[in-house]
Ligand binder design. Structure first.
Ligand SMILES: Cc1ncc(COP(=O)(O)O)c(C=O)c1O
Length: 463
């Protein structure tokens, strides 16, 4: 019920255009206004406290009250609140941050970092770099980009075109142009054939990728964009062997690999990068979110020495590398990101994530005992549950039944924020979570599912 006496609510409904929100429904329900944060918890404007099991949007790895990040921002604001990087100008936080990022990724082959503000922009500029690179090195026919079903790369015109989710295309007239080729999502659960084993599934979809490349012509294909673990598409954990086989195909066909580490970067999978966890050697990487624990917006596109060399040749021919955004390498955002990386190191948060992961995955797996949970999957501190109406047949809920939405609203009732992605419930808590809080998270998740289950039974949807 809309709280019409509440100024937060009425002004929000009157003036705020919410991203990723059912617009008409929002006018009826109004916002959930989060007012303050404390560790892994947030509190709304009514004083209700929630365990934030999604780290906001898979991003606040250090929780919601890290004083050191606030201090780093305040200090940099006082020293230099803005300076740009165009035309060889620089600022000290950007220099230090690029150095630290390359130090952390040089074993993966990265050599240079270009900053931007969001994951979408980092991917967008990665596409431009890919095209510029092949033009510069004399292979201008290499233009097409391969991206996967259920991939999520953002919402700008180009990154949304790479994204493989129907909702991001519908009525936005996307994907743009005809340069994006779609290939399979590596989820046996969603796309396996009856009786297909995981190795057979991997061989089939990698074979389909090879066939796609042969059909289109390798000399027309520039790059393959992929998240090491697909996040917004449903936390899709790649099956064993998948990444090795995909990389072999890409290498054979001179196709660049762009690893979108916007969710998986900085410890989420139990290693610094998803590329470490899955033995991926990319040509380019995009990072954002946990780079600054999302306290301020900052992202980066990292490129290998080979790619940078190609881009340099093009820039020499054209005079200038004519790309960059006003806030790229904003010194305050960069200062916060530096402090974030220092905290990851000082607290050894990546090793800590690895150490906490078995408990997290054990509790996740135990959710499979619930009548609404078909299966679960996870790695590091990210996981998902597949919700079903009928466990035996795998029949999923009709979204119109309201049960999937009920799981989220029940979560709010019991003080838990998690994320429904159609039939999938995702959890991705801040990396600072403790053992006791992991138990609290899953206890609350079980309570939310029980409430939704009770409603499903009342509605005659489940026995
Ligand atoms: C893997 C991945 N890439 C890119 C993006 C887009 O990032 P942003 O929302 O900062 O534009 C996201 C956002 O969730 C993401 O998960």
């Amino acid at each position: 019920m809309l709280r019409t006496h509440d100024l937060n609510v009425t002004q929000d409904v009157d003036s705020l255009f919410h991203p990723y929100t059912p617009l008409a429904q929002q006018r009826e329900t109004g916002p959930l206004v989060i007012k303050r944060g404390d560790g892994i918890y947030v509190e709304d404007d009514q004083g209700k406290r929630y365990l934030e099991a999604m780290s906001g949007l898979w991003c606040t790895s250090l929780g919601f009250s890290e004083q050191r990040l606030m201090d780093a921002a305040a200090k940099q604001f006082q020293q230099l609140p803005y300076y740009q990087l165009f035309n060889g100008r620089s600022n000290e936080p950007s220099i230090e941050l690029s150095h630290r990022l390359i130090e952390k990724t040089s074993h993966l082959g990265m050599a240079k970092a270009m900053f931007a503000n969001s994951g979408s922009e980092a991917n967008d500029q990665a596409v431009k770099m890919v095209w510029y690179y092949f033009n510069s090195i004399g292979k201008p026919a290499k233009k097409k980009l391969i991206a996967r079903e259920r991939g999520y790369h953002g919402v700008t015109v180009m990154s949304a075109s790479l994204t493989g989710l129907a909702g991001n295309h519908m009525d936005f007239d996307l994907p743009i142009g005809d340069r994006v080729l779609r290939t399979a999502c590596p989820s046996l659960h969603h796309y396996g054939r009856p009786g297909e084993t995981e190795p057979a599934f991997v061989d089939r979809i990698v074979g389909e990728l090879e066939a796609l490349i042969a059909r289109e012509g390798a000399d027309t294909i520039a790059a393959f964009f992929a998240e090491p673990v697909q996040g917004a598409g449903g936390v899709i954990i790649p099956p064993p062997g998948y990444w090795d086989k995909v990389q072999a195909v890409l290498r054979k066909n001179d196709i660049l690999l762009v690893a979108d580490e916007v969710i998986t970067g900085f410890g989420r999978t139990g290693q610094w990068f998803g590329c470490d966890t899955y033995n991926i050697r990319p040509d380019m990487m995009t990072v954002a979110k946990a780079l600054s624990s999302s306290y301020l917006p900052i992202s980066a596109t990292l490129v290998s020495a080979k790619v940078y060399e190609g881009l340099t040749q093009g820039s020499t021919k054209n005079g200038v590398f004519s790309h960059g955004v006003t806030y790229a390498g904003h010194p305050v955002c960069a200062a916060v990101a530096i402090e974030t990386l220092k905290i990851y190191e000082e607290r050894d948060l990546v090793a800590r994530t690895r150490a906490l992961s078995p408990q997290f995955l054990r509790r996740l797996l135990a959710m499979e005992a619930h009548p609404m949970v078909h299966s679960t999957r996870g790695v590091g501190l990210i996981g998902a549950l597949e919700l079903v109406q009928d466990k035996a047949t795998g029949k999923t809920f009709d979204p119109a039944s309201g049960i999937l939405a009920r799981v989220q609203s029940a979560g709010l009732e019991v003080g838990l924020i998690c994320r429904s992605l159609r039939d999938i419930l995702a959890v991705c808590p801040p990396l600072i979570i403790t053992e006791a809080q992991i138990d609290e998270l899953f206890d609350k998740l079980a309570q939310s599912l029980d409430l939704a289950h009770a409603d499903a039974r009342k509605a005659g949807l489940m026995p």
